[in-house]
Ligand binder design. Sequence first.
Ligand SMILES: Cc1cc2nc3c(=O)[nH]c(=O)nc-3n(C[C@H](O)[C@H](O)[C@H](O)COP(=O)(O)OP(=O)(O)OC[C@H]3O[C@@H](n4cnc5c(N)ncnc54)[C@H](O)[C@@H]3O)c2cc1C
Length: 430
Amino acid sequence: MSWDFETDPDFQRQLDWIDAFVGAEVEPLDYVLGSPYDIKNPNNLKLVPPLQMKVKARGLWACHLGPELGGQGFGQVKLALMNEILGRSRFGPIVFGCHAPDSGNAEILAHYGTPEQKRRYLEPLLASEIVSCFSMTEPQGGADPLVFTTTAARDGNEWVINGEKWFSSNARFAEFFIVMAITDPDSPPHERMSMFIVPAQSAGIDILRNVGDISAEVATHAYIRYTNVRVPLDHMLGGRGQAFVVAQVRLGGGRIHHAMRTLGEARKAFHMMCERALSRTTQGQRLSEKQMIQEKIADSWIEIEQFRLLVLRTAWLIDKYGDYLKVRKDIAAIKAAMPKVLHDVASRALHIHGSLGLSDEMPFAGQVIASYFLALADGPTEVHKVTLAKQLLRDYRPSTDLFPSYHGPKLKQRALDKYGQLLQSPDDVV
Ligand SMILES: Cc1cc2nc3c(=O)[nH]c(=O)nc-3n(C[C@H](O)[C@H](O)[C@H](O)COP(=O)(O)OP(=O)(O)OC[C@H]3O[C@@H](n4cnc5c(N)ncnc54)[C@H](O)[C@@H]3O)c2cc1C
C-alpha cells in the first residue's frame, strides 16, 4: 500500500529554501527586468547569472533533466513541487534552468540529438549560455499541423527550407530554431514532416515582425519567413518523417510543466484574494464576512487543490512509466483543466479587488489573459478534450441490445436470477 500525500523531509527542506529564495531574490526581478529570455541584455546579465550560480550550488539546476545531462534526475513529482513555487515569478524558471520552451527543446535534443547536435546545441542550452525557439505554428493554422506548408527540400548535402511560421516565441533572442517542415509530401499525413535545427544566423531567415501579447513586457512572438534557408543534412533532428513523434515528446513534457507553474500562478492570486477579503471593509463588514465572497474563496481553493492532485498524479504516472505517450490521456486532461483554473481563480481575485484588481498595478488582468495563452499554446483545449474523450471511450463497448446494459429491469432480472431462490417471496420484490 503506497498512497502518500507527504513530501519527504529532505526534499521539503529544499522546497523551503526554494520558497524563501524565490520570494526574496527572484520575484523582485519581475519588477525591474524585461524578458527573461533576453539573456544578453546588460541588466539581465548583471542580475540573473549570480542567482543561477546559487541554484547550481544548491544542486537544483535543470531539475527536469537526468544527471547525464547536468540535471538532478528528480523526476516529475519533485519537479511539480518545485515548479509550483517557480510559477509565481516570470524569472523563476530561468533562474532554475527549467524554462519553456528551452526545457522542451532540450528534452528533444537529449532524446533525439546526435552526439554532435548535443555538443553544439544542447550543452550551451543547458548551461543557459543561449536560448532557443520552437518554430512550428504557421499563419494559416496552428491547431491542425496538417495544414502546414513549410517545406524542406534536399539539395546535395543540404536541406533547403521555405515557408512562414507564426508565433515562434523568443526567436529574437534565440541562437537556433527547431523548425517543422514537409520533407515527404507523398507519405501518409503524419509521416510527411521532419524536424530541423536551424541556426539563427542562417541566411534567408527574416523576422517579419515580433508580435506582442498583452501579458508580456516585450513583444516576443515572431512572424518568420524562411526563404531558401540552407542547413546541412546532419541538422535534421530525429528521423525523416518523424516530426510528429518528436513534437509529441516535446509537448508532453512542456504541457505538464506549464500545469505545474500554473498552480503557482493560481495560488498567488488566491493568497491575494484572501488578504484583500480580510482587509477591505464595505457596508460595515469585512469582505471576508460576506457569503458571496466566501463562496469565491471556497470555490477557488477547491479548484486549485483538485487540479493540484491531478497534476501530481500525472507527474507520478510519468515517473512510473517513463513514457509520455502512455500518459497521454492524463496529460490531455491537465492541459484542458489548466486554463480554466487560472482563469476562474484570477477572475475572482480581480473582482474581489474591485477597481484596483482591474488596474495595471495588479497582476490579475495579465493572469486572465495568460489563461487564454494556456488554452491555445501547445494545442488548444478543444483538441485535448477530444483526445481525452477518445482515450476514455476506448475502455467502453456499445450495448448490443436496444436498452443499455445498465437498464434497471435488466439489472433486477439478473439480481433475481442470482438471489431469487433465497428470498421468501420473490414476487413481492419492488
Ligand atoms: C503565448 C503563445 C505562445 C506560443 N508560442 C509558440 C511557439 O513558441 N512556437 C509555435 O510553433 N507556436 C506557438 N504558439 C502557437 C500555438 O501553438 C497556437 O496558437 C495553437 O496551436 C493554436 O493555433 P492558432 O493560434 O492558429 O489557432 P487556430 O488553429 O486557428 O484555432 C482557432 C480556434 O479554433 C479552436 N479549435 C482548434 N481546433 C479545434 C477543434 N478540433 N474543435 C473545436 N475548436 C477548435 C481553437 O481553440 C481556437 O479557439 C503560441 C501561442 C501562444 C498563444
